[in-house]
Design a binder for this molecule. Sequence first.
Ligand SMILES: Cc1ncc(COP(=O)(O)O)c(C=O)c1O
Length: 361
Amino acid sequence: MSHPKLEDAVKTLRQQYGARNPSSLRAFEDAKRSLPGGGTRSSIFIQPFPLVIASGHGTCLTDLDGHTYRDFVSDFTSGLYGKTNVILRDAIVGAIDNGMQLGGHTPAEGRLASLICDRFPAMDLVRFANSGTEANMIAICTAMRYTGCSKIVVFEGGYHGSLLSHFRMDELNAGPSSALTAPFNFVVCPYNDLEQTREKIVHSTGDVAAILVEPMLGAGGCIPGEPSFLRGLRELATEVGALLIFDEVQTARLDMGGRQKLLDIEPDLTTLGKFFGGGFAFGAFGGKREVMKMFDMTQPGAISHGGTFNNSPCTMVAGVTALEQLVTESALTTLNALGDNMRESLNQGFSAHSLPFIREY
Ligand SMILES: Cc1ncc(COP(=O)(O)O)c(C=O)c1O
C-alpha cells in the first residue's frame, strides 16, 4: 500500500540529510570504489548513506561534517568503555611497547582466562578466538566432535555471527539468501517455545550435537529468553545427549557471570566476545572440563586449534585490564540500571501516545 504523504516526508528528510552531510557523502562515494556498498559491515549501513565518523570522545561521536552525536548503541556492547578510556589506553600502550606480537605464550593470556573462568561457574576452561562468530563456529564443531552427532538446534531470529544468522524471511529485506550461513545441519526452532522445540528435537530430529541459544535474542530484537524456556533447553539437551551452548556475546554484560548466572543455569559451553577484548577484536569459547580437555595439547590426540591472534598481547592485556578495573560488579550494576531506566522511559513515552512498543521483562 502506498502512503504518498509519508513518502514525501521521507524524500524531504533524505534531501535534508544529504545537504547536512556532504563530507560523509563524499567519503562514502570514495569508499564505494573499493568496498562493495562503500562499507565492510552490513550491520551499520543505513540508507541513503551512512554518516562517516571522524572521532569519538566519552559517549559522543563526531562525523566528518563536524556534527556531534551521543551514541546509545555503543557498537552493540563492544564499546562498553566509551570512545576513549585512559586506563585502557595506558595498558595498551604498555603492551605495544613490550612487543606487539610475540608469537609465544604470555602471562596475560592465563590471567585473562582465569578472570573469565572465575566469573562463569560453568566455565572450567576457556580458549580464545578473534570474534564471536569464530567462537560460535568452533563451539559448534566442538559439540559435533564431542557427541559424534551432526545437527545443531538454533532459533528463529537468532544471530551468532556473520556466518550464523537465523533471521526469519520476513525479517530480512532481501530474503534468506541475503544471509551468509555456514553449511551446518541446522534445525531452526521457535524462540521461547519449549513445546515446539521439544517436539522437533525429541520426536523428529535425533542426532543432535548442540542446542545453541542466545539467552536474549540480541540482533533479533532484544527479546529475553523466558527463564522456563532456557531451563527447559538445559533439560532437553541433557535428555537427548546434546551440548547446551549459551551464546553470551551480548548478554554477558547483564551480570558478572552473564545471564546464565542470573538464572542459575549451567550450559555445557559458553561463547563470549565484544567487550572482553578491552576494545580489540575478541572471541572466547569455554565450558565443562570434560569437553574442553579435548583441546589439551599435553594429552595425546588433542584437537588442534590455532589462530595467529588468539593470544595477541595487546588484546590479552586490554582484556585483563578491562576485567580487573572496569567491568566490576558495581560498574555493571550502574550500567544495567541506566539501560533499565532508558527502557522504562521509552515505554512510558510510547504508552502515553498509545503506541505499541511496550515489552514486558
Ligand atoms: C549474540 C551474538 N553472537 C555472536 C556475535 C558475533 O560476534 P562478532 O561480530 O564478534 O563475530 C554477535 C555480534 O553482534 C552477537 O550479538
